[in-house]
Design a protein around this ligand. Structure first.
Ligand SMILES: Cc1cc2nc3c(=O)[nH]c(=O)nc-3n(C[C@H](O)[C@H](O)[C@H](O)COP(=O)(O)OP(=O)(O)OC[C@H]3O[C@@H](n4cnc5c(N)ncnc54)[C@H](O)[C@@H]3O)c2cc1C
Length: 561
């Protein structure tokens, strides 16, 4: 008797996984409409909510990265927040398996109702070289990395002595001309041109910015005349808009397009390739176009108490949906917010034993910023372009931004940006210390006299090393194929600088940073022995200096050990 009473008093546990627009708004609405009946927990891998439409402005230095996000604990005061990575879901036992904190021991978090709002991720696998060499625009670190990358390209170009390298550094390519591609190219282009006054060795004419779109026109969700206006504005500010052209492949120094043309560049930003969230993909749920199939009430069929919303979910908008994207809720913030709110009411209705309401919403319009205080907008069927649209864009996003403090911060950033020069402070963010690099046939991987930056293992293709010692007249050549490696001779003290390494065919190498390689060989004496022996056999003795320069490492490199 007592236990039955305790059970009936027990609050239902609503677990929301993913704190994007969908997850945040369902949790917020649940807490608002019936906080006494539910225990609401929100799990996200970061402790903040990212306002994705502002990411291009973070990349352009207009908004400071920490001002485009809102801490979840401040945003959702009546919701339990858990910063953790969701690793799996056990539908039979109604638990989410998470990993959190220092002790990376999987932990079960139980639920009565589960909301999957994990969004989508970027999948560039269809384009060889793009996953390794393209920057993406999905989260805060992407935007921060793009900003850092663009500024460091300007820094390097300003002092570059090689004309080809300078042109590569000053060429910026954005792939995909939906909202995010157009806004990214516009904002980054504005940052570059505004920053040039501080880079005396770079002329405006040397900057090349491309927007590549496979469809016949940019902004496919906008009316054709607004898209045409946007194209004209971008071109007016020096952006070359290439439509009807796809991307074929990429290397560290170029992008190849579907018409076989090659654009030499050190900056490729990919805003294409929406793919399923990697966790969602493993859940064994019915998927379509990379999204979880739901019914019109946002329930996941076959799994009692499981719901899905936002980009991760494919929610039908009509009774009998056909193979037509227009029959499903599109992956936009506008829809994710409404889905979240509606779902909160459906969860409450289910708890009360009342009927559920199918999701229904019609887009109120679209807005896209074009930089330089211009935008395009279509709101309630009214089309606007130019400064008025830009003011509307800013006003709309400001009102939409959750939290008073974040509204004030963004407003201050915008005002500062209007009055002050752009912030070009370069805070180096480190690239992964192990990564794949693709080279096209003929690319120079290392040039004679370069200070080595890491250890290279050939995964695919062939590369040729040539070392000439002008003092002794000695000449050395070696071709490296898959499984062979280079760079160790320079890193392991026998010489300071490299020879010439050229790709004999399209090749891929696995690169390990100098610091990690030295640590690895120090930690594993067998490895160090292997390399010493290898250098001995290949180059004729570890202390034989083929390349000019001291055999000793300079103190700053020694300190890395
Ligand atoms: C640059 C850019 C500009 C955009 N501009 C607009 C616009 O102007 N208008 C518009 O309507 N839409 C716009 N969008 C689209 C919009 O932002 C998305 O549709 C929306 O964010 C989707 O919300 P969501 O909640 O489904 O997913 P997301 O916002 O992607 O949130 C998913 C959350 O889940 C977390 N997560 C994922 N996997 C795990 C895991 N295993 N464990 C824990 N947490 C996890 C992620 O970190 C993230 O916080 C834009 C998108 C981008 C990238």
């Amino acid at each position: 008797m007592i236990s039955a009473k305790v059970c009936s008093l027990k609050k239902k546990k609503i677990l929301v996984v993913g704190a994007g627009f969908g997850g945040v708004f369902v949790a917020k609405e649940l807490a608002r409409i019936n906080r006494d009946q539910f225990d609401i927990e929100l799990i996200n891998n970061n402790n903040y909510f990212v306002f994705q439409p502002l990411l291009p402005e973070v990349a352009a230095s207009t908004i400071h990265s920490s001002d485009a996000v809102v801490p979840l604990r401040q945003l959702l005061r009546n919701v339990q927040i858990r910063q953790a990575e969701v690793m799996g879901i056990d539908f039979a036992n109604k638990t989410a398996i998470v990993v959190q904190g220092f002790r990376r021991i999987p932990l079960d978090v139980p639920y009565d109702e589960l909301v999957i709002a994990l969004g989508m991720s970027v999948d560039l696998k269809r384009f060889p070289g793009l996953p390794e060499h393209a920057l993406t625009m999905k989260n805060l670190s992407d935007a921060h990395r793009l900003r850092t990358h663009v500024i460091s390209c300007l820094e390097m170009a300003d002092v570059a002595t090689d004309a080809d390298l300078k042109q590569q550094l000053l060429t910026f390519v954005v792939v995909g001309a939906g909202f995010s591609g157009v806004e990214t190219v516009a904002e980054v282009n504005e940052l570059i041109h505004r920053a040039l006054r501080y880079y005396p060795n770079i002329k405006h004419e040397e900057i090349k910015v491309y927007l590549i779109e496979y469809a016949p026109r940019i902004l496919p969700t906008f009316p054709a005349d607004l898209a045409a206006y946007a194209t004209k504005r971008l071109e007016l500010h020096g952006v070359e808009v290439l439509t009807g052209i796809g991307t074929k492949s990429a290397t560290s120094t170029a992008i190849e397009l579907s018409d076989d043309s090659i654009i030499p560049t050190r900056t490729i930003v990919a805003t294409i390739g929406n793919g399923p969230n990697p966790l969602v993909e493993t859940l064994g749920l019915d998927m379509h176009w990379g999204r979880i199939k739901t019914d019109r009430f946002m329930r996941v069929p076959g799994h009692d108490g499981v719901w899905a919303i936002g980009d991760a979910a494919e929610i039908p908008l009509v009774e009998q949906p056909a193979e037509d994207p227009a029959h499903y809720a599109p992956p936009t913030a506008q829809f994710a917010v409404r889905e979240g709110r509606q779902l909160a009411h459906n969860i409450l209705a289910k708890a009360k034993g009342e009927g559920l309401k199918p999701f229904a919403y019609t887009s109120k319009g679209s807005l896209a910023s074009l930089g330089m205080s211009k935008a395009v907008a279509e709101v309630y069927g009214v089309k606007l372009s130019g400064t008025l649209a830009w003011l509307l864009w800013r006003g709309f996003y400001l009102s939409f931004l959750p939290g008073f403090a974040s509204k004030v911060r963004v407003l201050v950033n915008w005002l500062m940006n209007l009055m002050m020069p752009p912030n070009i402070v370069l805070i180096q963010s480190s690239l992964p210390s192990t990564r794949y690099i693709h080279y096209r046939k003929g690319d120079k991987v290392l040039e004679p006299g370069m200070l080595i930056d890491g250890f290279y293992t050939v995964v695919k293709g062939e590369l040729k090393l040539t070392i000439d010692n002008p003092e002794t007249g000695e000449h050395f050549e070696k071709v490296f194929g898959p499984g062979e490696h280079f760079g160790e001779r320079v890193l392991l003290k026998s010489a300071l600088r490299t020879g010439l390494v050229v790709a004999l065919e399209d090749s891929t190498v696995l690169w390990i940073s100098q610091r990690d390689f030295t640590r690895l060989t120090r930690a594993f004496p067998y490895l160090e022995e292997y390399f010493k022996d290898y250098i001995d056999r290949t180059f004729g003795g570890p202390d034989r200096a083929f390349a000019p320069g001291s055999a000793e490492r300079p103190p700053e490199l020694e300190s890395l050990r």
